[in-house]
Unconditional design. Structure first.
Length: 95
C-alpha cells in the first residue's frame, strides 16, 4: 500500500511539473508576442527562455532533442532582437 501511495504521489508530482513547464513556456511565448516597451525587455525574456531550455538539457546525450530546440530558440531570439534593435534605431520610429 505504501509503495502504491508513493508511486501515485510521484506521478501526480511529475504531472504537475510537466503542466507547469508548459504553462511557463506559454507565458514566455505570450510575453514575446505582447509588444513589450523596449528591446531590453525582450532581451530579458529571451534570456530567461533560453536559460530555462538550457537547464533542461542532458549534456551527456549529444543527440538530445532539447539541444536542437535550444539552437532554434537562439536563432529566433537573434532574429527577433535584431528586428527590435533595428526598429528602435530607425529614424521616426515610435513604439
Amino acid at each position: 500500500m505504501i509503495k502504491f501511495r508513493l508511486n501515485s504521489v510521484l506521478i501526480r508530482t511529475v504531472a504537475a511539473l510537466v503542466y507547469h513547464w508548459f504553462v511557463f513556456v506559454e507565458v514566455l511565448e505570450t510575453a514575446l508576442q505582447s509588444g513589450l516597451s523596449s528591446s531590453y525587455d525582450f532581451l530579458s525574456v529571451w534570456s530567461v527562455y533560453c536559460d530555462v531550455i538550457r537547464r533542461q538539457i542532458d549534456w551527456t546525450d549529444s543527440q538530445s532533442p532539447l539541444i536542437t530546440k535550444l539552437r532554434e530558440l537562439f536563432e529566433r531570439a537573434i532574429q527577433h532582437l535584431l528586428q527590435c534593435m533595428y526598429c528602435a534605431w530607425s529614424p521616426g520610429y515610435v513604439r
